[in-house]
Ligand binder design. Structure first.
Ligand SMILES: [Zn+2]
Length: 156
């Protein structure tokens, strides 16, 4: 029997695996049900999804498949990058795109930058070294074949 933890929001006891602890206050635990209710409130914030131009859809799909996500084609010129059932990016076919001069970029916030770095490096992606930047983020980056820059990192 798992130790039960009292949710700081609803006051009900829950198994340790059913609660999350606040990053800044690990003594504060909140159960999944309360997180869901809070999430529904906070998600009046609009969702934002980057749209990456890609020069070749097959090449782009191969790149994203190596990162460990699913790519769902909408049609031959447009696709959705899916992670855990939600879309994290769109791919928009732009034949003739000059990868050298593509300035598109996005920042991917993760819990464990070093695990992502290792996974992507093992998959043969051209990742930079994992470093702690002057602004305090532990991060690395990779460019896809179309020149889109993906920066991946976390605080501290
Ligand atoms: Zn609760």
């Amino acid at each position: 029997m798992e130790t039960s933890v009292v949710c700081s929001c609803c006051g009900e006891p829950h198994a340790g695996s059913e609660v999350v602890r606040l990053g800044c206050h690990p003594d504060v635990a909140v159960c999944g049900g309360c997180v869901d209710r809070m999430s529904a409130k906070v998600h009046s914030r609009p969702g934002v999804t980057p749209i990456f131009p890609v020069r070749d859809m097959t090449e782009a799909r191969e790149f994203w498949a190596r990162t460990g996500v699913e790519v769902e084609l909408y049609d031959s010129g447009y696709a959705f990058v899916m992670f855990g059932g939600s879309e994290i990016a769109h791919l928009d076919l732009r034949p003739g795109l000059d990868a050298e001069h593509n300035l598109a970029a996005c920042y991917i916030h993760v819990d464990d930058a070093s695990a992502w770095h290792q996974r992507w490096r093992d998959a043969g992606l051209p990742v930079t070294d994992l470093v702690v930047e002057p602004w305090g983020m532990q991060e690395f980056s990779v460019r896809d074949p179309s020149g889109n820059l993906l920066r991946v990192g976390r605080n501290g």
